[in-house]
Design a protein around this ligand. Structure first.
Ligand SMILES: [Zn+2]
Ligand SMILES: [Zn+2]
Length: 424
């Protein structure tokens, strides 16, 4: 026998039983996004590599070591989308959306690809739900974006989430802070890992991405950006906090929250769940007022978030939430003779044509075997067809919940199932 092929490391198959929960999460999210006025956008699975190296930043872990980059047959460097914001910003520019009334509010649900180490509980292909609002620098939009994510988590029944909040400053105030941080890192080199020393050279802010406990401890005493904000950034941050209070959203200030991308300015935020252990982030985002310009568009502020579908599902599995189970058929057709099998196939077709989920046996099982399958399928009704039923032009309809049986003409049986189906 040939050596079996497995799914690539860090990826997984989404099996039929896993689909209902996933679809429920996505449909709840889409309902919330649309309620706040966001419209769906889908961008290609791959983009030119320079979109990410310029947009996300050369100094980030994502660009340095996590991208799936390949040369296509035309000799162009392409990269599987590692994050959602840069592609949506690219589309905003490409389609001239800056000429529309602002802000332009978009959402996406897309797979993302990153070469993560699998033992960290992260996937190399994961699915993200995200929103982006372009064209307004108002702190109310930051508050709305955080409010959308809070509403989504609340409606999914996710509990015990902590919101972490930070401000990354702007072009005016960040250089001064970067210099102060660089000085701090130079004075305390021995406290940091080799990776951090490398980061300190490229972009000192990136040391906050480090997960090494000693580095995190050393950063506790580092200078804080929130102490270096210019008056405009400080006012923006203060107004955002007022707008969060209006929405009853509490938060914990976290001056180490930089979220792994170079494009963030001013607000960054992340919802964390203690149920997820070390990788506690469920979703987050921030403002990126320079991104559109960085990738070749007109100066346009923006703010958004991304939240991983797998992280949400894991958090739901570990604590509360009442997601729906897999969908069961309404009807299971049981045929006792070969002639009855023909009638069963026809009735199954009629059920399905009316939108009624129906199942039947294709394995020549005995009557007993078929009844067992009917029970296992968790169908509401078994439609039983034997010699007698065919002779009388009826179906024996057994309610598999109450056990009550009655004889009905085929059409009436199908109508009964359709009525039941409409109630689901
Ligand atoms: Zn500033
Ligand atoms: Zn480190």
């Amino acid at each position: 026998m040939a050596e079996p092929v497995s799914a690539p490391k860090g990826t997984y198959d989404i099996l039929p039983d896993d689909q209902p929960l996933r679809r429920w999460v996505v449909s709840q999210a889409e309902a919330v996004f649309q309620r706040y006025g966001y419209g769906r956008i889908d961008t290609p699975t791959f983009e030119e590599t320079r979109l990410f190296s310029r947009g996300v930043g050369e100094s980030t872990d994502i660009v340095r070591k996590e991208m799936y980059t390949f040369e296509d047959l035309g000799g162009r460097s392409m990269t599987l989308r590692p994050e959602g914001t840069a592609p949506v910003a690219r589309a905003y520019i490409e389609h001239g959306m800056h000429t529309l009334p602002q802000p332009v509010k978009l959402y996406y649900h897309s797979p993302m690809f990153r070469y993560e180490s699998p033992q960290s509980g992260r996937y190399r292909q994961h699915h993200q739900l995200g929103i982006e609002a372009f064209g307004s620098a108002a702190p109310e939009v930051d508050a709305e974006v955080i409010g959308v994510l809070a509403a989504l988590y609340r409606e999914l029944g996710l509990k015990e989430l902590d919101l972490r909040l930070n401000s990354m400053g702007c072009r005016e105030c960040r250089p001064g802070y970067s210099a102060a941080l660089r000085e701090f890192l130079a004075k305390n080199t021995e406290a940091f890992c080799g990776e951090c020393r490398e980061r300190a050279q490229l972009n000192p802010m990136r040391t906050f991405d480090c997960k090494v406990p000693a580095c995190r401890e050393a950063l506790e005493t580092a200078p804080r950006l929130t102490d270096h904000l210019c008056p405009a950034c400080a006012a923006h941050h203060a107004r955002l906090q007022e707008c969060l209070a209006v929405q009853d959203i509490s938060f914990v200030p976290d001056h180490t929250l930089v979220r792994g991308m170079d494009y963030y300015t001013r607000t960054t935020f992340e919802f964390q769940s203690p149920l997820l252990g070390a990788q506690s982030g469920v979703g987050g985002g921030g403002r990126y007022d320079d991104l559109v310009e960085t990738i070749g568009g007109p100066a346009t502020p923006g703010v958004g978030f991304g939240t991983g579908v797998e992280r949400i599902i894991l958090a739901l599995a570990r604590g509360g939430g009442t997601p729906p189970g897999p969908r069961h058929p309404v009807v299971y057709l049981v045929a006792l003779t070969d002639e009855a099998r023909r009638e069963a196939f026809s009735l199954a077709h009629q059920c399905r044509s009316l939108g009624v989920a129906a199942e039947l046996d294709y394995m020549s099982r005995s009557a007993k075997g078929q009844m067992k399958q009917a029970g296992r399928s968790k169908a509401r009704y078994a439609f039983i067809l034997g010699e007698q039923e065919l002779a009388d032009h009826v179906v024996t309809v057994r309610d598999l919940v109450s056990g009550i049986e009655r004889s009905l003409p085929g059409q009436e049986a199908v109508s009964l199932a359709a009525a039941q189906s409409a109630d689901l």
